[in-house]
Ligand binder design. Structure first.
Ligand code: ADP
Ligand code: ADP
Ligand code: MG
Length: 445
């Protein structure tokens, strides 16, 4: 195991990783921006260094500054968390060149699966069903031709997209050009890559994803699936495991396909294969996230496997001591993302003047908040994740409602009322809901 690890992130995920390191007896190095002086992750690490200004480009995306701190502090590995540099193949390569272990798959695998267009081809070659669509669109004329072939409605999607950005829906031929332009320029601005492809718009659809964990010896296990169909603007809001929408037979095939794909690309570490599923039991590959996922705790709650610790162990060369037959999924877990936003979905920031965190058995609140913490405007709006598990889905829903009722965050607007609305919605409670649930609830696209 590594002696000292640098955590190249902020917020709840930095705290999550630092806690895992402490439990494993690994020393930690935090980095922070000037907007995060006094942030919780910087306080609980063994060492903490300011690496630049508040904007991500100046600090959490500043590869040179991060690598300098790693080398000077004697850290031998970097955990990138999610977002920021977690899916950057150039950064993973720079780490390797400096003799530092990047906690994640190799830069070659990140490159291959991070390009969503190439990932589709890779999945198809591995025998995994893929959403019907196009290769990279050459120009507007190509886009029109591909659209005619695929049919409407369809989505234009950025190959570099993430976090729900770079996606546009098209309902007819007249919308193709503007959607292509909009998706492309949004992706160019956000990811520095405007390349786009098309997919048939699957409707009604479930977003179901399979967690995989692989070691450097080629051992691959899948650790349950997560239903992530509660979304707003293609961003997940609430996740649960197991998925209430898949049958045991479909589950078996989805998991086997995910393991096959991980094996085919020589995957090492934790990763997620995302599928779109229809009510007739068909499923198709959408993308792979080559990193720790925001919603990983629901999987931990039902499997008892600490994904961050295993991520660190396999990165240091440890072989998985358990196989697929040893994986058990018990009970039902739900995660609610607590976001800093107003009831009108406008972002909120400020200083936390009062915080009360729910408790009790199998109740977990992953956060970097504390009373007096500041929530700066520069970063992702997620304040924390409330995660619970119970023997049954019915009880899990009641338990989450009870826990949300105890959560108090003052000084910053947050969305726990919205989460309570979702948890009492009959469609959600029935377990048969699709990615359009939020549109039904709020009538917005
Ligand atoms: P998950 O499925 O793990 O929830 P998301 O797509 O919601 O993943 O993204 C997780 C975090 O990473 C969010 O903070 C999001 O804004 C950020 N993110 C996702 N993709 C990218 C990317 N390509 N570049 C920068 N940030 C990203
Ligand atoms: P990101 O990289 O931003 O996470 P994804 O490709 O995973 O992008 O898509 C995000 C969400 O957009 C999905 O969870 C789903 O709700 C919706 N979506 C994406 N592709 C399709 C599609 N072909 N048909 C219907 N919905 C889709
Ligand atoms: Mg996705």
């Amino acid at each position: 195991m590594f002696e000292k690890i640098l955590v190249a992130n902020r917020g709840e995920v930095a705290v999550r990783v630092i806690r895992a390191c402490k439990e494993m007896g690994v020393k930690t190095v935090a980095v922070y921006s000037t907007a995060d002086a006094g942030a919780f992750h910087a306080q609980i690490a063994d060492e903490a260094y300011c690496i630049g200004g508040p904007r991500p480009q100046e600090s959490y995306l500043n590869a040179d500054a991060i690598l300098t701190v790693a080398l000077e502090s004697g850290a031998t590995a970097i955990h990138p968390g999610y977002g920021f540099l977690s899916e950057s193949a150039p950064f993973a390569r720079e780490c390797r060149d400096c003799g530092i272990v990047f906690v994640g798959p190799s830069p070659e695998v990140i490159e291959r699966m991070g390009d969503k267009d190439e990932a589709r081809r890779t999945a198809r070659a591995a025998g995994v069903p893929v959403v019907e669509g196009s290769d990279l669109l050459r120009d507007e004329a190509d886009a029109q031709e591909q659209a005619r072939r695929i049919g409407f409605p369809l989505l234009v999607k950025a190959r570099a997209g993430g976090g729900g950005r770079g996606i546009r829906k098209v309902t007819g031929p007249e919308g193709v050009a503007s959607a292509f332009l909009a998706a492309s320029s949004e992706a160019q601005a956000a990811f520095g890559d405007g390349g786009c492809y098309m997919e048939r718009f699957i409707h009604p659809a479930h977003h179901v994803e399979v967690q995989v964990l692989a070691d450097a010896r080629g051992n691959v296990v899948s650790l349950g699936e997560r239903e992530c169909s509660v979304q707003r603007h293609n961003q997940k809001l609430l996740e649960e495991s197991p998925s209430p929408s898949v049958t045991p037979e479909v589950r078996e095939r989805m998991h086997a396909a995910a393991r096959d794909l991980a094996r085919a690309v020589g995957y090492v570490g934790v990763g997620t294969i995302e599928y779109l599923c229809s009510d007739d039991g068909t499923f198709a590959f959408m993308e792979m996230n080559t990193r720790l996922q925001v919603e990983h705790p629901v999987t931990e709650m039902v499997t008892g496997v600490d994904l961050v610790k295993w991520q660190l162990r396999v990165a240091s060369g440890v072989e998985l001591p358990f196989s697929q037959d040893d994986v058990r999924v018990d009970g039902h877990a739900i995660e609610c993302r607590i976001n800093a936003e107003t009831p009108e979905f406008l972002p909120s920031c400020g200083t936390v003047s009062m915080l009360h965190v729910p408790g009790g058995p199998w109740v977990r609140f992953d956060t970097a908040l504390f009373q007096g913490a500041s929530v700066p405007p520069y970063y992702d709006s997620m304040l924390g994740k409330l995660v619970i598990s119970s023997p049954s889905r019915e009880e899990a829903i009641r338990k989450m409602r009870s826990a949300l009722g105890e959560l108090v965050i003052e000084g910053v607007a947050e969305n726990s009322e919205l989460q309570l609305d979702i948890l009492s919605n009959p469609e959600f409670v029935s377990g048969v809901y699709h990615t359009d649930l939020m549109e039904h609830l709020y009538g917005d696209e």
